[in-house]
Design a protein around this ligand. Structure first.
Ligand code: XLS
Ligand code: NI
Ligand code: NI
Length: 436
């Protein structure tokens, strides 16, 4: 039985279409810079928001109407829901999905029971993957919902919480491997603190470093070669999260010698909460070879929390795609819609509107970014702006052949620096508007 009988496979109809259930920009086989849109964007649907989000908020009860749910937390209901999820993704034309262990299968009375529940649902996921060709972008473990993780998981003051988290990640990594997942994500849901009065930062960070090494060891043991990703976020649920932004994560990874295996999963709304733009976070990670994947969503600049809205802003998606193209694309990563429909958008069809809009916004961003790059004006401007480094004293410094002494001698002789040139910000902002 179909869960979405009123929806057929979403088709590309072109920019003139007024059909809200058609793509106007996402034409999966269209080739841009030598790759199809499908290969560039690698869209992924998240299980937790799209199939487990119920509209609950701190002030009110669930609102979502999901006729396929039987109202229980049974494995049977979970298996049925998994089939619905695949019908949705198939009709949408999304090539990937992502999940936490506890979104796809109910937590049991014991760890062993939770493992068994997960295995039962994974069998269905595997069958559906084979039936549809949809793949797992990444798996992860929920180490933040259960009260046992109230003080954190790998950074808990309670060593047993670390052990439980290890057992959970071990299993989640194994099922990710079994399902052919391309990456494994660590978002440190409660890896942080509420007050420093009760916190030993050094010890907590050392433990998190050890935890990641154990994860690498286990992946080697089971032959899982997927990419490991850390997802930066500055606050919520804890006041301060250790993985607060790209810079903090890279510092952690370098400090604990983890950069070889780990990359970053960068989320727009988390960048905003950290006081950065998404473009900044992507550029900063890309410049250091640490770009892995993105969680595509957007926040609300009026609100200071992770509202996880679907991205519709073309400036944002164009900036994201400019960065992704600049650093050679996502490779094993993807554009993962870590986004949820609003509580008031409670009908199943809203899930389609939301994803179609997000996919179209990214496809359009990709076309805009490619056009900007093709014309090359922006790129040339940046190149020219740094031309003093291409020869003379600049080239000498870059090649490591200068010293404070040689530079003092140079400046004593020259007297004053070559005149500065305008940064032309307004002109460049207008240039971007030509493409949008
Ligand atoms: C929460 C995070 C979470 C991760 C996966 O804010 O974005 O959804 O992506 O654990
Ligand atoms: Ni996320
Ligand atoms: Ni988030």
């Amino acid at each position: 039985m179909s869960a979405f009988p009123e929806v057929n496979k979403i088709q590309y109809e072109g920019p003139d279409s007024k059909n809200p259930l058609a793509f106007r920009w996402y034409n999966e086989d269209e080739v841009i810079e030598g790759k199809t849109m499908k290969e560039h964007l690698r869209f992924s649907v998240v299980y937790w928001h799209t199939f487990r989000g119920n509209g609950l908020d701190p002030f009110g009860s669930p609102t979502m109407v999901r006729p396929w749910e039987d109202g229980t937390d049974s494995v049977e209901n979970a298996c049925n829901r998994a089939r619905v999820a695949f019908e949705f993704m198939e009709k949408l034309g999304a090539p990937f999905y992502a999940f936490h262990d506890r979104d796809v299968a109910p937590e049991g009375e014991s760890l062993a029971q939770s493992h068994a529940n997960l295995d039962a649902v994974v069998a269905v996921l595997k069958e559906e993957q084979e039936r549809t060709g949809i793949k797992l972008l990444w798996g992860t473990a929920n180490l933040f919902s259960n009260p046992r993780f109230m003080h954190g998981a790998s950074t808990s003051c309670n060593a047993d919480a670390f052990a439980y988290a290890a057992a959970q990640v071990k299993k989640a990594m194994e099922v990710t491997h079994e399902l052919g997942g391309e990456s494994y994500v660590f978002w440190g849901g409660r890896e942080g603190y509420q007050t420093l009065y009760n916190t030993d930062i050094k010890r907590e960070l050392d433990h998190m470093g050890q935890f990641m090494h154990m994860a690498i060891d286990h992946s080697n043991k089971i032959g899982f070669t997927g990419q490991f990703l850390i997802e930066p976020k500055p606050k919520e649920p804890t006041k301060h999260q250790y993985d607060s932004d790209v810079a903090a994560c890279i510092n952690f990874l370098r400090n604990y010698d983890l950069t070889e295996r780990f990359r970053l999963n960068i989320e727009t709304n988390h960048a905003t909460l950290a006081g950065h733009t998404m473009m900044h976070e992507l550029d900063y990670a890309g410049a250091q070879g640490m770009l892995g994947s993105i969680d595509a969503n957007t926040g609300d600049l009026m609100l200071g929390w992770d509202t996880d809205q679907f991205p519709t802003d073309i400036y944002l998606t164009a900036q994201v795609m400019l960065m992704l193209l600049k650093y050679g694309g996502l490779n094993q990563g993807g554009v993962n819609f870590d986004a949820k429909v609003r509580r008031e958008s409670f009908e199943p069809i809203d899930l389609f509107y939301a994803h179609v809009g997000g996919m179209d916004a990214f496809a359009r961003g990709l076309k805009i970014a490619a056009a900007i790059r093709e014309e090359g004006e922006l790129c040339q401007f940046v190149k020219d702006r740094y031309s003093s480094w291409d020869s003379g004293v600049g080239a000498e410094i870059e090649s490591g052949n200068a010293s404070f002494e040689s530079l003092e001698a140079y400046m004593l002789e020259k007297g004053e620096i070559t005149e500065n040139v305008s940064g032309r910000q307004e002109m460049l902002e207008n240039l971007i508007n030509r493409y949008i």
